[in-house]
Ligand binder design. Sequence first.
Ligand code: ASP
Length: 338
Amino acid sequence: MKKIRQVPLGGAIFVATMLFLLQGLVAGNEDQDSPKWAIVIHGGAGSTPKDSDSPRTRAKRAALKQALDAGVELLEKGGSSLDAVEVVIRILEDNPFFNAGKGAVKNARGQHELDASIMDGKDLSCGAVAGVTTVKNPISLARKVMTETRHVLLQGKGAEAFADQQAVDRVDNQDFSVSQFDSRKSPNSLPPQGDRSYKGTVGCVALDQQGHLAAGTSTGGLSGKKFGRVGDSPIIGAGTYANDATCGVSCTGTGEEYIRHAAAFTVSALMEFKGLPVDRAVSHVMRQRLKPGDGGMIAISKRGEICADYTTGGMAYALADSQGRSEVHWGDVESGLK
Ligand code: ASP
């Protein structure tokens, strides 16, 4: 009969303790390898600029870099991802290069209707506004909806009345207009319906040093859109999503498709339920759910892995993390703006 070798109890305890310590060491190293903070922003997906060195293209890269830097400064100091997302998106909204805030495109009636949303991955709290016509920085109003009401989404006149209650800046609808850099000659001419090469929606995802994720998106919607049309940007789970357990996501593209596929939430769900890494989850949604040309998205995992993906000709985006990454991409040219 085969004799079973007895392992002395002391030895077994020693081996178990060593295994436990080793596991802790490996886990510790994994944390050390992860960035302490990370940020990624986008300025819309569409066609790529014809001339990567034109004044307009360079100015747009500089605008992305300026917004990114503001977020980096905040996160470096230990600020919250939620603040970083709001600060960055406000800067992009104030810049007429982008289809959000100041630079919002027009609907089919020649008016501007703006949408925005923001989400805190810490507790899934979120806020959004849709179809606002006079709110200077819709992202800040979205944040007020999140923090000052028990609701998630306010729209139109009600949202604007709420802006007044919260002393959020309002402007004349025609103040959202064309800039000196706009490609269209006449400020009153409409770009082709749904044209996304014109200017891009903006978004930001950030991970702070406390390990919290936040995401936000702001847009003027599709150019020439039907009066009253709302896209994915103010729809939590479609254009924006954040959950500390998985990732933060902000989308840009044909909003109707992103709504149909609950695009931002699906990235998080693939990570949570299928254990996919963030880049594979994003790629799955971009390629297996959405169609080629639908748009792009940016994401950050809870470990600080940054992902930017698109199926259009180009996407304006920029990213940075605590390990020294700092990149600005527009027209597939990595800018020298380090
Ligand atoms: N997703 C936006 C919308 O459908 C547009 C865009 O991102 O370009 O309203």
